[in-house]
Design a protein around this ligand. Sequence first.
Ligand code: TYD
Ligand code: MG
Length: 453
Amino acid sequence: MAKTKTAFFCQNCGTQYAKWVGQCSACKEWNTVVEEVIQKEEKTSWKANTTTVSKIAKPLRVNEISTDKELRLNTFDLEFNRVLGGGLVPGALVLLGGEPGVGKSTLLLQIALKLPYRTLYVSGEESQKQIKMRADRILPNSETCFILTETKTQNIFRQIEATEPDIVVIDSIQTLHSDYIESAAGSISQVRECTAELIKFAKETNTPVILIGHITKDGSIAGPKILEHMVDTVLQFEGDRNYVYRILRALKNRFGSTAELGIYEMQGGGLRQVNNPSEILISKNDEGLSGTAIASTVEGMRPLMIEIQALVSTAVYGTPQRSTTGYNAKRLNMLLAVLEKRAGFKLGAKDVFLNITGGISVDDPAIDLAVIAAILSSNEDIPIEKGVCFAAEVGLAGEIRPVQRVDQRISEAEKLGFTSIYVSKNNKITLKNTKIEIHLVSEIEDMVSALFG
Ligand code: TYD
Ligand code: MG
């Protein structure tokens, strides 16, 4: 019998130790190091019953390498294609992470159902019946999508050989286990081994594999950060469960830009692609309400118009409250301090609540000016005129600073029917023939006198 080998792994960051330690020296977490069995057996290839025929790769000149095979597979989902950089690359391993219930399984099942290629959807979490029930809500009749409930990689590969799918989806990597490793499913060494086997399969057969990965409380993809290094693309699906909007972004992409963004809306029959997000993020009330301002922001490469609501009221308790949804609370405090010190607004004894509507969170500094406008509008109880929007950062000296991609922001505002936009005087605008009125401001006072007279 082969001698069992063990090693110690930090369950938080995946660092390997030769012996047990109380604190992981890499991530400084206490009590996360656990012994795992790593049985070093002679490994066969991913194919279950053939022994490895090792093909030896030869180096090729760059210009000799043919690229005609690198065509991308269209996923028939505009948002998903865009985030991937134009479709799935054959042989690529894509990891989709997200909090429980955000809709990862729904998204991939939906894509699998709509694809005209043979797809194999392997689930270790739900039974075939449960998946069928879900599929019925999305798209009842699909002839090319196969569902398999299995958690052992060797069995999965056997089924893959029988089905010969063009795309494989694994839901989720944490439920898989391989015979070559003895530790429990979801442990670092299992996850690493199963991913390695899948990578080998993907690269040898040129089949793209999409993995679902769970996310830990701190937002990283479950414990093993190593997974992120192994795969070609890491996508993150995020959004507040209480709202219907979901954002898909690429954290890493070997075959495309990470600046792209996909937006979906969760509906009764699955996820709907949202091609013009600005329209849904702005509420359509005609009467002017004080305390709301529209910012022109850029998320990834996409311009987005978002609505910011502020409520300023006299503090009932001694310490005024500051609370934000979708915006950095420290940044709000900074802007309030700037308003107090540089523009003379006494907000020190007021409660300030700030909310970005639609349940999305934004960290683009270009929304600063809209935040200030919303706060002042609520404080003065004067609504901001319809058709006005903002795109500028505010500095500590109360100066209004330029932002990147100002032209794109202005065009988006114009496209959506805004009539005027406030930007920094120092922004270089190269746009011509714009109908939207561009107000150039350099200090908060300029904006205050223009808006509230
Ligand atoms: P799910 O894909 O199971 O999330 P994950 O795999 O990321 O854990 O989706 C969970 C939520 O999506 C669930 O709470 C119900 C909702 N949902 C809809 O609103 N409409 C639908 O058509 C489907 C399939 C799910
Ligand atoms: Mg799921």
